[in-house]
Unconditional design. Structure first.
Length: 255
């Protein structure tokens, strides 16, 4: 499994998130074949060069900062050039409202994707804003002390000043792992099942998700308690030495 990473970060928030995502994926065995920073004012040739490098990977991770409710033009141009690729989007924005707000942003950003590209997943979190933004809000409120909207903007600046938090980074990294690896670690709904089978490979469907397979020469077995709802077991770390794969712990994951 290979990934590429292209990040457009203005104040450092998205760059911070990209580091957490990259470390988590590398720890899971993902190889990064391309990584680059994309400036807001990158010209067409620069964007084309980054897109070419990014397309060498199985999955392209694109990080962006929220610019007027979407992404910058350079990110939009990059996304339009990712033909035939699986793409994971992640971004940061000053407002940490709710998932529906984030979804609106992602919908606008996704509209720039090449028609034959696949959105593998996305994640967003709040990010701190610079002191100049606070000063602007304070000046606005000084002119209109009773303006509820200006008060809300200043309160939001204060609420955002510590983001991205460690929890934000962990959540973003987990979302990226799910999208890239097709695994649902941390969302176990039933106790682990111990099976004593010696197997060396984890079969996957083309989309990367694990599937139920009861054949003894494969690494998936059906869960009697969950098979009716499309659940399966996945194997954790494997050794190529079959004798070291006994016994094995299997965890429940979504199909």
């Amino acid at each position: 499994m290979t990934c590429s990473l292209v990040v457009n970060s203005k104040s450092g928030n998205t760059r911070m998130v990209s580091g957490a995502i990259k470390r988590a994926l590398q720890a899971a065995g993902v190889e990064f074949v391309h990584a680059a920073a994309l400036s807001d004012d990158a010209d067409a040739d620069q964007v084309a060069l980054e897109a070419q490098g990014a397309c060498a990977a199985d999955t392209v991770l694109v990080g962006f900062w929220c610019d007027k409710g979407a992404c910058t033009p350079s990110v939009a141009t990059l996304l339009s050039a990712l033909h035939g690729k699986r793409v994971f989007l992640f971004g940061t924005c000053g407002f940490g409202a709710d998932q529906s707000y984030y979804q609106q942003i992602i919908d606008r950003v996704t509209s720039n994707l090449a028609g034959d590209a696949e959105l593998a997943g996305w994640a967003m979190c709040q990010g701190k804003m610079g002191p100049a933004v606070k000063q602007r809000y304070e000046a606005m409120l000084e002119q209109e002390p009773e303006n509820a909207r200006y008060k809300m903007l200043l309160d939001n600046w204060v609420a955002a000043k510590d983001h991205p938090t460690k929890e934000d980074l962990d959540n973003m990294a987990e979302a990226a792992k799910k999208a890239v690896l097709g695994e649902y670690e941390g969302h176990i709904k039933w106790p682990s099942l111990r099976v004593e089978l010696a197997m060396n490979f984890v079969p996957r469907r083309p989309g990367g998700r694990l599937f139920i397979d009861g054949r003894p020469d494969r690494s998936m077995v059906p869960c009697p308690d969950a098979s009716k709802v499309g659940r399966a077991f996945r194997m954790g770390r494997l050794s190529k030495n079959a004798s070291r794969n006994l016994p094995l712990e299997w965890d429940v994951v979504s199909r």
